[in-house]
Design a protein around this ligand. Structure first.
Ligand code: BGC
Length: 459
């Protein structure tokens, strides 16, 4: 039953997309099946360009049944968040396995599918909400029971015409930069993952194995501006990513680019203030607690600069960045309509100008007041392959109380609205919404607010 309403609509559009945009984009105007399959297999610089993206039928059905009919035909990513997800779907209401999604993509006439590989050993070392199923040492199991079976499915010739856009292991490598060693933000779990090398090896293996498949486009996670935007983190992250991309048989040719802001809330662009602003003769970098010496105030400027840094670190010059805009819209009544006054303090100026209404940039769980961001768009800005909805809107980031589950997920107090924080959010309130289910499960109240506070608004 899941497939009825928009499947038909999508199929009609897709026939057109396949007949025109895709083949022309591939530079082939010949007729006939042979021509179309060789055109389809050609590797492109930006897999979003001219593509018809797969609409995740699990998510779409849920969204449509939850008051989200207006957005239910937007493409969102398929999350492979544990071994079982390969066959029988990810957490919560998701029931389709990888083959089901690929087959559904073919039926939709889609020629691109977004997925997230998210199951490293010792996953989520600086938080508890998305702790996974593999222990810190289970790298062999990660390779043979997670990445290899995924590779087997993706290399089925039946799917050769689908561009597979693969976001690789979110949060993992950035955690090894900021949450280790003598830093105040360090956790023992991240120290273990740095010492045993299993994040780096796992990412390298995933890039190498999946990157061998002609139609796979790998994007490595780079956190977001409120994490990697400081000088101490920026260059070292690019170097660590390069190390991972040249490990376990991977090369930089296995990397199509980077993924920013995945499942986070950073604004794509802050329209009313800029990093170059000063208040009372002092840069806001120094004067504002919100900025606090960061080099960037939004995801677009961060992503474009990171791309350059990565190229200097040894990545190919044609890499691009995907920015997750599923929940970074920040519309609604709290959204400023213009720059604040500069006659007070830098804090007053920035706090009244910023559209990102979080209490602190380090807050990440089910943020109260957030809205849907830009609808998915290909090539929205130089260096940016797409604005994409990687985190499916409506799926929780973590439970606001302890909830028993068999998915390995813990209770992170950053998801508890009464929590007063830790060094990673400089001891601010969490800003999380109450009554949330475990991560990946449907959170109706958040979904409704995301639609309500969407920016651009949902018509
Ligand atoms: C969860 C996953 C889920 C994903 C997408 C993550 O936070 O840990 O289980 O698939 O979000 O909602």
């Amino acid at each position: 039953m899941r497939k009825t309403r928009f499947r038909r609509a999508v199929t009609a559009v897709s026939a057109m997309a396949l007949a025109s945009g895709f083949m022309i984009a591939a530079g082939n105007t010949a007729n006939g099946d042979e021509a179309s399959s060789s055109a389809a297999a050609a590797r492109v610089d930006n897999p979003y360009e001219g593509a018809q993206l797969y609409v995740n039928e699990d998510w779409s059905r849920q969204a449509a049944a939850s008051g989200g009919q207006a957005i239910a035909d937007e493409p969102t990513a398929v999350w492979l968040d544990r071994i079982e997800a390969i066959d029988s779907g990810s957490a919560g209401e998701n029931t389709m396995g990888l083959r089901d999604h690929l087959d559904a993509a073919l039926e939709q006439g889609a020629n691109a599918l977004q997925m997230v590989t998210y199951n490293l050993p010792g996953r989520d070392c600086a938080a508890l909400a998305s702790n996974g199923q593999l222990g810190p040492e289970e790298i062999d199991k990660y390779k043979s029971e997670f990445i290899d079976p995924i590779a087997e499915i993706l290399s089925d010739p039946k799917y050769a015409d689908i561009r597979i856009i693969n976001v690789v292991e979110i949060d993992s490598l950035p955690n090894l930069i900021t949450n280790v060693g003598s830093r105040e933000t360090a956790t023992p779990e991240c120290d273990v993952m740095k010492a045993n090398g299993n994040y780096v090896k796992g990412v390298g293996y995933a890039l190498a194995t999946l990157g061998d498949i002609e139609n796979v486009y790998n994007y490595i996670d780079i956190g977001h501006h409120g994490w990697i935007g400081w000088d101490d983190n920026f260059g070292p992250t690019a170097d660590l990513l390069h190390e991972a991309a040249t490990t376990e048989g991977a090369t930089v040719d296995d990397v199509a680019g980077f993924a920013a802001n995945t499942a986070n809330y950073g604004a794509t662009e802050e329209p009313y203030f800029s990093i170059d602003d000063s208040v009372g003769g002092k840069s806001i970098r120094e004067g504002s607690k919100w900025v606090d010496w960061n080099r960037y105030v939004d995801e677009l400027s961060f992503s474009q600069a990171f791309r350059e840094e990565a190229v200097s670190a040894g990545f190919n010059s044609d890499v691009g960045v995907i920015i997750d805009t599923s929940r970074n819209g920040w519309g609604g009544s709290e959204r400023p309509t213009g720059p604040g006054s500069t006659s007070g303090t830098a804090d007053e100026y920035v706090d009244s100008s910023r559209v990102d209404r979080r209490i602190h940039l380090g807050n990440w769980c089910n943020q109260d007041g957030a809205g849907l961001g830009e609808r998915p768009t290909a090539s929205p800005a130089p260096g940016i392959d797409a604005y994409a909805w990687i985190k499916p809107p409506g799926e929780s980031d973590g439970s606001s109380k302890e909830i028993d589950n068999d998915e390995g997920k813990g209770f992170d107090r950053m998801c508890d609205p009464t929590y007063e924080g830790n060094p990673r959010n400089q001891n601010n309130m969490s800003g999380a919404k109450a009554d949330a289910p475990v991560s990946g499960h449907w959170f109706q109240a958040q979904f409704e607010e995301l639609i309500e506070n969407a920016y651009p608004p949902v018509n």
